[in-house]
Each structure stands twice: as C-alpha cells, then as structure tokens.
Write a protein that binds this ligand. Structure first.
Ligand SMILES: [Zn+2]
Length: 78
C-alpha cells in the first residue's frame, strides 16, 4: 500500500473531521437531517482513513497522536 506521510494524514484527517463537524452544525441549525446523515458518513470515512493510514512508518502498527511509536519507540515523523 502506498504510504502517506503522517503530516498529510493529520491534515486530511483533520479536514474530514472539520467538514463532518460543520455539516452536523449546519444540519442541526437548518433542521436538514440529510446533512447530518452525510456528516456521519464523512466522520465514518475519517475514522476508516485514520485506521488505514495512521500507522507507524517503522513497524506499521496503528498509532494515535504522539511523537513516538508506543510499540517500537521510534519517532513517527521520520
Ligand atoms: Zn512503530
């Protein structure tokens, strides 16, 4: 699988989260619940994206936020 740099993963993941969050707000304000449905799909896509790509570049295991891998202890931004 093609690897994406963690910086890009953070940007894309954050972007998807913002879009989903704004759609939920917009849907709630306008009482357009199809917007909320789309927002939930966007957030679901964000979670899947993070699970797939938010991995340690050294041992390939899933990692959350942080500078060092909790599994192999190496820096995540190398
Ligand atoms: Zn690792």
């Amino acid at each position: 699988m093609k690897k994406i740099k963690r910086k890009q993963v953070a940007i894309i993941g954050g972007g998807l989260f913002m879009v989903g969050f704004l759609l939920i707000l917009l849907g709630a304000l306008l009482k357009q619940f199809w917007l909320v449905t789309i927002a939930l799909l966007v957030l679901l896509a964000e979670i899947i994206f993070l699970v797939v790509f938010n991995r340690c570049p050294h041992c390939e295991r899933y990692v959350g936020a942080g500078t060092y891998c909790p599994y192999c202890g190496k820096r995540l931004d190398e």
